[in-house]
Design a protein around this ligand. Sequence first.
Ligand SMILES: [Zn+2]
Length: 154
Amino acid sequence: MAADAIPQRTRLVPAMARGFIGHCPHCGQGRIFGRFLKVRPDCEVCGLELHHHRADDLPPYAVIFIVGHIVGYLILETENAYEVPLWVEMGVWPVVTLAMALALLQPVKGAVVGLQYALGMQGFATLPGARPVPGPEETRLAGAAAGIGDRDHP
Ligand SMILES: [Zn+2]
């Protein structure tokens, strides 16, 4: 299909959603993290170069903003509704805060990479390395033409 000759940039919200679940913002299939918080140099499925992202400090700032509002609200509601001993609160809330921060940090970083991709920031301006994302039919045909799928059963 001629329209697929040029890689089409994914729109902002889907790109950020894909990044949030750890998938490549361009193709939605490859993984963007090699290990915890470590962005891969490129997508192994579509070839999009990811190494030039500049997420920097934005993910921690965003996580602090999100977790602070949630935990702050929960502390206020708990104080209003129950009489919890101070030592219990001193033990529970730091653990809840730390767990939420660690759980959100990588997804938020992925969303930030998706944001930079969708806005064409830094090295994402020209989609370096990215191949057009094929549809399901084209994937099957390309795989058949290349003999993919026959490798396991020669
Ligand atoms: Zn990809």
